[in-house]
Design a protein around this ligand. Structure first.
Ligand code: AGP
Length: 579
C-alpha cells in the first residue's frame, strides 16, 4: 500500500512546494521511500521518510508531476525500487499503488524492455512504452489493453515526457480527483482526500476499471472500453488535524483528544446520524444474525460489538477479515457490518465485494468519508474522530467502541452513554501519572501478557497490539480462562502481566493469583479502586474503554522511554491497502 499524487496545472507548479507537501499528507499510507517525477523526465527518489526527501530535493517547476510514497510489497526498501518508475528510454513514467498479481506474466510478454527493479510496478512503464512507443497504439488503446490484461489492484498515474497530460487508471485501489482554486484551478489526483481536504471540499471518486485523461484545460473520464462516462462530484467535510499543536507526537495528541471526539460522536448520533443509527438498529432486529468484518484494532472493537449483541440475545459473530470466508457463513438473512478507521483496508474490501449480493444488507462504520468500504455499503455510520495520523489507532478505536455501545443502548443495553466523554476525561487525568511510572519500570521488558474476561478480553488483545506495534514488545492479550491451558508455562519471576478486572470479578481475581503464584509482576487495572491502576466506575462495556486508555498511555510512554518512532513504527503503514 502506498500513496500517490498527481498535479496537472495551467501555469507551472513547484514539486518542492506544491507536489511533495501533498504527498507528505499521505505519508501514513507508507514511508519506506518517496519520489517525484516532472514533465521534463526528471525523477528524484530516495529511501526514508518524506520530510528529509523534501529538504533534499532539487526544485523544478512543471505543468505536470507525479509522486509516490511507498510501503514495500515487491522488492526491498531501496532507491531503485522506489517510485516513480520509467521505461528504459525514460519516456513513460508511472506511479502505482496496489499489487499487480500477474506482473511476471506481463513482464514475460515484454522481451524487448529492460527492467531494473524488483517491483511489480516497473512493468507498467515498460508495458506502455512497448504498446505506445514501439507498437504505435494510442494511449487510450494501450490503456484499454492494460485494463484487460492486468490482474490485481492498481491506482496508476501515467505521464509521458514533455506532454502535460496525466492518465489516471483505477481498479481496486482508491483514487480521487479534485480541482484546487488556491492552485489556480490545478487538477489534483490523490489516493484519498486526506491529501487535498485542506484545499477543497469536493472530489470525484474513480470507479473500478475506469480511467481519466487530465490536461491543463480538461478532465475526461472513460470506462475500460474507452467510452466517456460521468462521475458525479461529491462534497465532503474533512476536519484537518495535521498539526501537532503543543504535543510531541500525534499519538499522545490523539489520545488526549478523546473527550472531544467522543462527545462529537455522541452528539451526532442524536442529530445528524440519528436516522442512520435507527437504520442499523432496525436492520439488526430484522436480521437472523449479525457478522462483523474487520482487522487489527477494528477487529478488537468488533469483538465488543459481538459481546454486546450476544448479551442482548442477538446472534453475532466476528472473524478477522483476512480469514472471513474460511470461517463465516453469509446468507440472505445476515447483516454484515464492516468496521474500519480508514475505510480502505484491502483485507476487508475483498470479502465485502464478494459477499455484496449474498448478505441481507451491508453496513459500515468508518472514520474516513467516501472511503471504499463506505461506498460499498448500503448503510453507514461515521466515527467523526477527525483525521487520525499516528499509525496506532486510539481515538478512532474508542469511537468505534462507543458507536457499538450506543447501538446496543438503542437495542436495550443498560448504559448511560452521555457519561462516557466526562469519564474518559477523568480517566486520562487520573491514570497519566501511573502510566508514566510504569513505563519507566517496564522500558526494558521484552515480553508481556494482558488478561481479560468478557468485554475486557478484546481490550487485553488491543493493549497487547499497542505494546507490539508501538514498543516492539512481544505481548500476548488473552482470555484469562485460557491461561491454565498452556500459556501459564511462560510465566516466570518478574514477568509483567496486566490483569483487567471489572467489578472485582472473582474469576479474574483467581487468574491474577495464579500468575502471581508463579512470580509474575501483576499490574491490576480496576474500576472499584482496588487496583494499581484505577479507572472510573461503569458497566463492563465502559470498562473496556477506560482500561484501554491505560493501554494507550502505557504503550505511548514506553515508546517515549525507548526513544522509538512512535507515530510511524517500523514496517507498518496506517492504511493497509494490500490483501
Ligand atoms: C491499529 O493500531 C493498527 N495499526 C491496525 O491494526 C489497524 O487497526 C488495522 O490495520 C485496521 O485498519 P482499519 O481500521 O483502517 O481498517
Amino acid at each position: 500500500m502506498c500513496g500517490i499524487i498527481g498535479i496537472v496545472s495551467k501555469d507551472t507548479h513547484s514539486i518542492k512546494h506544491d507536489t511533495l507537501p501533498l504527498l507528505k499528507r499521505l505519508e501514513y499510507r507508507g514511508y519506506d521511500s518517496a519520489g517525484v517525477a516532472t514533465l521534463a523526465g526528471d525523477i528524484q527518489k530516495q529511501t526514508g521518510h518524506i520530510g528529509p526527501f523534501i529538504d533534499s530535493v532539487t526544485d523544478h517547476r512543471t505543468q505536470a508531476s507525479i509522486a509516490h510514497t511507498r510501503w514495500a510489497t515487491h522488492g526491498g526498501v531501496t532507491a531503485l525500487n522506489a517510485h516513480p518508475h520509467a521505461d528504459g528510454t525514460g519516456q513513460f513514467m508511472i506511479v502505482h499503488n496496489g499489487i499487480l498479481e500477474n506482473a511476471d506474466a506481463l513482464r514475460a510478454s515484454l522481451p524487448n524492455e529492460s527492467l531494473v527493479s524488483e517491483t511489480d510496478s516497473e512493468v507498467v512503464a515498460a508495458f506502455f512504452h512497448d504498446r505506445i512507443g514501439v507498437q504505435g497504439l494510442t494511449t487510450d488503446a494501450a490503456i484499454h489493453e492494460f485494463i484487460g490484461a492486468a490482474e490485481g489492484t492498481y491506482a496508476i498515474l501515467l505521464m509521458q515526457r514533455d506532454d502535460p497530460t496525466v492518465y489516471a487508471i483505477k481498479h481496486n485501489s482508491p483514487l480521487a480527483l479534485t480541482r484546487a482554486s488556491s492552485m489556480h484551478g490545478a487538477t489534483i489526483l490523490a489516493s484519498d482526500i486526506t491529501a487535498f481536504g485542506h484545499l477543497s471540499d469536493e472530489a470525484q471518486f474513480f470507479e473500478d476499471q475506469t480511467y481519466c485523461r487530465i490536461t491543463p484545460d480538461s478532465v475526461a473520464f472513460f470506462n475500460a472500453a474507452g467510452d466517456p462516462i460521468e462521475i458525479e462530484p461529491k462534497s465532503f467535510e474533512w476536519k484537518d488535524d495535521a498539526s501537532l499543536d503543543e504535543y510531541p507526537h500525534f499519538m499522545i495528541k490523539e489520545i488526549m483528544e478523546q473527550p472531544t471526539t467522543s462527545r462529537r460522536l455522541l452528539e451526532s448520533l442524536k442529530t445528524m446520524q440519528a436516522a442512520e443509527l435507527d437504520t442499523f438498529a432496525t436492520t439488526l432486529k430484522k436480521a437472523r444474525r449479525v457478522v462483523f468484518l474487520s482487522c487489527g484494532t477494528s477487529y478488537h472493537a468488533s469483538l465488543i460489538g459481538a459481546f454486546l449483541l450476544n448479551q442482548l440475545n442477538y446472534e453475532a459473530h466476528t472473524v478477522i477479515a483476512s480469514e472471513f470466508e474460511n470461517f463465516i457463513l453469509v446468507d440472505p438473512s445476515t447483516f454484515v457490518i464492516a468496521i474500519s478507521q480508514s475505510g480502505e483496508t484491502m483485507d476487508v474490501i475483498l470479502p465485502l465485494k464478494r459477499i455484496e449480493n449474498q448478505a441481507m444488507k451491508i453496513g459500515s462504520i468508518v472514520n474516513v468519508p467516501y472511503s471504499t468500504i463506505q461506498r460499498h455499503s448500503d448503510t453507514t455510520l461515521e466515527l467523526l474522530a477527525g483525521q487520525e495520523i499516528c499509525v496506532a489507532s486510539t481515538k478512532a478505536y474508542t469511537n468505534q467502541v462507543i458507536m457499538l455501545i450506543k447501538l446496543a443502548e438503542r437495542l436495550g443495553y443498560d448504559v448511560d452513554c452521555d457519561k462516557i466523554p466526562g469519564r474518559i476525561e477523568e480517566c486520562l487525568a487520573s491514570i497519566d501519572g501511573i502510566a508514566r511510572e510504569l513505563a519507566v519500570e517496564l522500558k526494558h521488558t521484552r515480553e508481556m501478557y494482558v488478561l481479560g474476561r468478557g468485554a475486557a478480553y478484546p481490550m487485553a488483545r488491543e493493549i497487547a497490539l499497542k505494546l507490539k506495534e508501538i514498543d516492539y514488545i512481544h505481548a500476548e492479550g488473552m482470555m484469562a480462562g485460557e491461561l491454565k491451558h498452556g500459556t501459564l508455562a511462560l510465566i516466570e519471576d518478574g514477568t509483567p502481566v496486566i490483569c483487567l478486572i471489572h467489578d472485582d470479578n472473582p474469576a479474574m481475581r483467581s487468574s491474577t493469583r495464579e500468575v502471581e503464584a508463579r512470580g509474575a509482576r501483576s499490574i491490576v487495572v480496576s474500576n472499584t479502586g482496588s487496583g494499581e491502576v484505577n479507572v472510573p466506575a461503569g458497566c463492563e462495556a465502559e470498562f473496556a474503554i477506560y482500561s484501554c486508555l491505560f493501554g494507550h498511555l502505557l504503550s505511548y510512554y514506553i515508546g517515549v522511554e525507548r526513544n522509538l518512532p512512535i507515530d510511524k513504527p517500523r514496517n507498518l503503514a496506517k492504511s493497509v491497502t494490500v490483501g
